[in-house]
Write a protein that binds this ligand. Sequence first.
Ligand SMILES: [Zn+2]
Ligand SMILES: [Zn+2]
Ligand SMILES: [Zn+2]
Length: 143
Amino acid sequence: MKQLKNSDENREAIAGSGLKVTKARLKVLELFRSSRRPMSATEVAKQMPGGLADQATVFRIVQSFVAKGLLKEVNLRHGHADYEIADGEDHHHLVCLKCGLVEDFSGCEAEKMMKGILKRCPSFKTVREHAFEFFGVCKACAS
Ligand SMILES: [Zn+2]
Ligand SMILES: [Zn+2]
Ligand SMILES: [Zn+2]
């Protein structure tokens, strides 16, 4: 039941963005929605059922989703871009510098910083987005 609802949501999201709904696009969006951490396009391609889409197609789908605002790119210093669903609430990532573990957290103070940022950057009228990630060492790697 729940799965059915999710796939309808994905279908609507893709159609609503102006892209044609295809099996491959649906599957890519589904994989991102069920993932609890950001993924690279290569990781997604590996999880695609055989024959549905090759790696180049998955890369193009991911790029078109980013362009349409369905996915956003995050830089976790994994040596490649990672992506995640863009419609979630504002959150950031703490990344382990040793093993690459990623944990999400919300409650960033960016909104509070906006005014001060504009004061310090007089050429700018508005701030629209922000991106920052945090890097540390996880408990498993620290012990
Ligand atoms: Zn670690
Ligand atoms: Zn995230
Ligand atoms: Zn934030």
